[in-house]
Ligand binder design. Structure first.
Ligand code: NDP
Ligand code: PYC
Length: 331
């Protein structure tokens, strides 16, 4: 596989230029380029530049409005709704997260309900934003059916990611961000592109047979991680991201989507909690003792630690050369 070397600033600029060239205004392009660049910086390869062709398809088909301006509704002091009015999720998050952090700090717990957005990215930027300000963060979004609920061979759930972040003053936050599918579809597609098999249990082919061939699984269905337990969490994500926001469930998103290959319209639920308010002043020492105990166990590492280590390297990144060529042709 041929790779090219790009500085982080060049990754940002490439993403920004391609979004601007395809109908985004500066605010939308900057919000997207920032998310894409941070994904490449951290090694979230399936949700960085890899997603740019899909973003462009959604702009070119008119499904996503690259000039949309999110609108804010304060439903109660603790419930904020942002309507993206058809934008990609990062701009709506950029508008809503400061309001969520403010409400969380005042009230102790607050919810940000995003509707009218198109989410195609990783979720750790949302929850890390909250943890970096001393709050606990939880975020989830649905997609289009790709995952069969436990017991079925038919896709109903999206790959339905969930992210959780806990603040650790003096350390990086603990952050996990995971698809509730055994493997994110982006990683299945990358395995197919790069000619690797995927582990048993990832999915079924179009005939409903277990497969380790990523191309066959992409035509069939993914399985939830952990059988019925992961299936229950995927169900919870559908309910929080669609039932609680009022936006589309994954199956509804597929019915209304124009099938251009970009992300459908959907919702995202983000919840902030203040440990200072909820747990009281001694939470840091209490939690830190637990963290120390956990990390002292042989073989344990904290979720998020790989990304945070990657982030310390401010040097250039190696990017798939064919992907960069494809993106440059889109500018
Ligand atoms: P991974 O399976 O790669 O990682 C899941 C989590 O587990 C990460 O927080 C990771 O931390 C952590 N982790 C991995 N290995 C270990 C270990 N040995 N010990 C402790 N923690 C570990 O993620 P997925 O492939 O499931 O998801 C990839 C991305 O896809 C996510 O960012 C997700 O948001 C995104 N996605 C987005 C969708 C959307 O609709 N927008 C849909 C589905 C997925 P670390 O990062 O530090 O390795
Ligand atoms: O990797 O499964 C995935 C995915 C779906 C939407 C964005 N990423």
């Amino acid at each position: 596989m041929s790779m090219v070397t790009l500085e982080l600033d060049d990754i940002y600029q490439l993403a920004y230029d391609v979004m601007l060239a395809n109908g985004c205004d500066r605010d939308n392009a900057a919000a997207l380029a920032d998310i894409i660049c941070r994904a490449e910086r951290d090694g979230s390869h399936s949700h960085g530049l890899f997603r740019v062709p899909g973003y462009v398809k959604a702009l070119r088909s008119g499904k996503v409005d690259g000039k949309a301006k999110p609108t804010v509704k304060h439903v109660t002091p603790a419930v904020i709704q942002i309507d993206g009015n058809g934008c990609f999720a990062p701009l709506a998050q950029a508008v809503g997260l400061p309001l969520l952090a403010d409400a969380t700090g005042k009230i102790g717990i607050a919810a940000l309900s995003l509707v009218g957005i198109h989410h195609f990215a990783a979720l750790w930027p949302e929850t890390e934003y909250l943890a970096d300000r001393g709050f606990v963060g939880l975020a989830c979004t649905a997609y289009m059916p790709m995952v069969a609920p436990a017991g079925s061979k038919e896709a109903l759930f999206g790959t339905n990611p969930i992210s959780f972040a806990w603040p650790r003053p003096g350390h990086g936050p603990v952050v996990y961000d995971m698809a509730t599918a055994a493997m994110a579809m982006g990683d299945v597609q990358i395995a197919a592109r790069d000619g690797h098999d995927v582990p048993p249990g990832t999915g079924l082919d179009a005939d409903g047979n277990p497969s380790t061939d990523p191309a066959a699984i992409a035509k069939g269905v993914l399985l939830p991680f952990g059988g019925y337990k992961g299936s229950a969490i995927a169900l919870m994500v559908e309910l929080l991201a669609a039932g609680l926001t009022g936006e589309q469930f994954s199956y509804e998103a597929r019915a209304t989507d124009n099938k251009d290959g970009g992300p459908p319209r959907g919702g995202e639920m983000i919840i902030g909690m203040s440990p200072d308010i909820i747990a009281g002043p001694n939470w840091q020492d209490h939690v830190e003792a637990f963290m120390q105990k956990m990390t002292s166990l042989d073989g344990v590492r904290m979720p998020g630690a790989r990304r945070h280590k990657n982030r310390l390297d401010t040097g250039p990144r190696q990017i798939n050369a064919a992907l960069v060529d494809t993106i440059k042709e889109l500018v």
